[in-house]
Design a protein around this ligand. Sequence first.
Ligand SMILES: *Cc1c(COP(=O)(O)O)cnc(C)c1O
Length: 394
Amino acid sequence: MVPDWISIEKQYYAQTVKRQPVVIERGLGTRVWDVNGKEYLDFTAGWAVTNIGHSHPAIVDAITKQAATLMQTSNAFYTIPQLHLAKLLVVNSCYDKVFFGNSGAEAIEGAIKLARKYGKANRDGAYGIITAYNSFHGRTISTLAATGQPHYQETFRPLTPGFTHVEFNNMDQIREATSDKIAAVMLEPIQGEGGVNVPDENYLSEVKKWCEAQGLLFIVDEVQTGMGRLGSLFGYQEYGIEPDVMALAKGLGGGVPIGAFMSKENCMSLEPGDHGSTFGGNALTTAAAYASTKYIIDNNIPDNAKNMGNKLMQCLNDLKSVFSCIEEVRGKGLLIAIQFDGDIADRALELVRNEGVLSNMVKPNALRLMPPLTITKQEIEEGIERIGKALKKL
Ligand SMILES: *Cc1c(COP(=O)(O)O)cnc(C)c1O
């Protein structure tokens, strides 16, 4: 008899998330299969994680070899895969230094510590950080404080002090919030969890200019937008800017837990003893992340994300002209939201899933699509056909 995994979860697992009723057993490329053998196109990509697809041979091979060689040493010693990955990320970004942790929240925590120490040394002890409403920076107490969404925060107060929230895409509010108590501004290039909110073309470059003029650090949270998703290896490159600090996670490991923060040499305030992590940058996860990142770079995967993103956006706009319930399609690269004319996204989510496409309800009126960046034209057409079928029943 097949075990009833959904009942087992209810009995034994902390009920912190409302899951979709699918028990996923296997994945390959853009597809996953559930325990009943039903196949889905995974337009969630393990939450913007499996950027080169599920169980890509390059990653499987790297993990298999590294697992048999060396997995963990602690950072009291040097290990080789960590340094290969560090060099690859530095050479391909505008940054000089990297630190590896295990998740997005940890990457942001590290960036916050870096900014606080920078403020202590350079801005007379300032530790304030300006972040945006509808942002998402993680679930630890400090990253929750940074996250500008009260519904995640209320039950966990008091939160870490020092965060000031402003409207996203509003330059005036950043100017007004700036004071001698502020050390940094932290933004996602495009807000992911907040609903796929795309700023005006010049917003991020204006923020960068302002930070430079005021002596503030500009931190970009690229946990979701990084590793090719917006059409460049890093999202900031789409906007022609060089922020001072960047956080990465999700797509960095292609499926293994790893996060990172990177910084320019002159902002790397952290010194020996200031920060650390037992597992951070261990040989196994960095070998996987190196294989995934190398594949992304060597195969121009960001270009594919750009082209397939344009294709998906165009197909969705074609659906919009047929289905009046679609109000707007927005996004960049392969981070896209379909907004409806009412709070019908949960119904749409279910119908789309039944037709064989996994997606995410990012708002009561919006679905988010973030497929693997290796997706093909045929897979997009197949996905659109399934979504179209589902919307007919809406
Ligand atoms: C997911 C996410 C985080 C948190 O990452 P975790 O690995 O879940 O801790 C932080 N920032 C952004 C932009 C994210 O999308």
